[in-house]
Design a protein around this ligand. Structure first.
Ligand code: ADP
Length: 375
């Protein structure tokens, strides 16, 4: 089946056409500056996509569309076939993801207008974490914040955590329903997930993708009084702090660069700021992994994935070093191997196996879409 995978932003539209039989990417691209250029809206962006896709596909036709949707709220615990009611439900979740969900709806409506008969599937970043128990997803705040404003832990990167859980269990030859692990998705955004019996039971991102780990430009965990006090003092507006914490913090704030490659190179060259950023980010993740080891009743594996997780030898080494107290031991030679396959990087006698596994969210979205379209 040929699936068009769409990731719509408010002013951009990223796409890929995948053949779900071969997993081959037939074409991919990005339309930017929608609304701020001659491309007036998502409909026009889609006209451009259709043109370049048909050049590549020739006689072959797209069988369906898979949309990445950031927020599925409490309703969506798995991918769904889209109809007008589902589209409205995604739209109603906009207060929880004000930048992302309205953009996804623009993408869905543009496809519906252009190809009304093409089946469309929504795949949610939050869905995989719907199995978290209430004592994990509740914040210890008055009920009104939850019942009226939806304030609870949702978690994100679910498509990737789900895919990588399956890859790791398969690699180790363990039935997924008996598999306990900590999955570390480390890209520009980063989150760790506690997997018990193959399901998410805790994750480091919360109400929004800001909570948890030190990321490229996001602070991760901090004391909420920082925000309330600075606003009450009149130092910053709430909107300014939102930008500071999401776009100007994390590695960027500590090292002056949001890119992990630059941070590790800087640290190796003796730059103190880069060293601080690297230590800070790896320390935070080590603590999460140790906590989640307890949360899952003993992890069988720690799995690194996404840009940093798959590629940064130094970051993996820094994260695992303090875990030696748990009996975790990396094999330096295996850790230095570069490969796109699932692989072990711990020693044979490590108390917890450490793996590197490649994530591929687009392929997971395409497969989820194919499955629903076929059924
Ligand atoms: P996104 O969340 O945007 O999909 P990616 O998963 O592509 O991000 O991850 C981007 C991060 O991966 C960046 O911090 C980048 O520096 C890091 N990265 C990519 N390749 C390497 C590498 N060879 N060594 C260290 N870090 C890397």
């Amino acid at each position: 089946m040929l699936i068009l995978v769409i990731n719509s932003g408010s002013s951009s539209l990223k796409y890929q056409v995948l053949d779900t039989v071969t997993d081959e990417v037939l074409t991919s691209g990005l339309v930017e500056r929608i609304g701020a250029s001659e491309i007036k809206d998502h409909g026009q962006a889609l006209d451009l996509v259709a043109e370049s896709v048909s050049e590549v596909l020739g006689d072959r036709e797209i069988d369906g569309v898979g949309h990445r949707v950031v927020h599925g709220g409490e309703r969506f615990s798995k991918p769904v076939l889209i109809n007008p009611e589902i589209t409205r439900a995604i739209e109603r979740l906009a207060p929880l993801a004000p930048l992302h969900n309205p953009a996804a709806v623009l993408g869905i409506r543009a496809i519906t207008a252009k190809w009304p008969h093409l089946p469309q599937v929504a795949v949610f970043d939050t869905a995989f974490h719907r199995t978290m128990p209430e004592h994990v997803w509740r914040y210890a705040v008055p009920d009104e914040l939850y019942s009226r404003y939806g304030v609870r832990r949702y978690g994100f990167h679910g498509t990737s955590h789900d895919l990588v859980t399956g890859l790791a269990a398969d690699y180790l030859g363990i039935d997924r329903q008996n598999f306990n692990a900590v999955i570390c998705h480390l890209g520009n955004g980063a989150s760790a997930t506690a997997i018990r019996n193959g399901e998410s039971v805790d994750t480091s991102m919360g109400y929004t993708p800001l909570e948890g780990l030190v990321m490229g430009t996001r602070s991760g965990d901090l004391d909420p009084s920082i925000v309330t006090q600075l606003v009450m003092r009149g130092a910053f507006t709430a909107a300014e702090l939102d930008t500071i914490l999401n776009k100007q913090s994390g590695l960027l704030a500590l090292a002056g660069d949001a890119d992990m490659r630059a941070v590790t190179e800087g640290a190796a060259a003796g730059d103190e700021h880069a060293e601080l950023a690297l230590t800070s980010a790896s320390y935070r993740l080590s603590k999460y992994i140790a906590g989640y080891h307890v949360a899952v009743g003993g992890a069988q594996a720690i799995v690194f994935t996404a840009g940093i997780g798959e590629n940064s030898i130094v970051f993996r080494e820094r994260v695992c070093a303090p875990l030696e107290v748990l009996g975790v031991r990396l094999d330096p030679e295996l850790n230095a191997v570069r490969s796109g396959d699932v692989r072990r990087i711990s020693t044979e006698d490590s108390a917890i196996t450490v793996l590197v596994a490649p994530t591929n969210e687009e392929s997971a979205i395409a497969r989820a879409a194919e499955k629903l379209i076929r059924d």
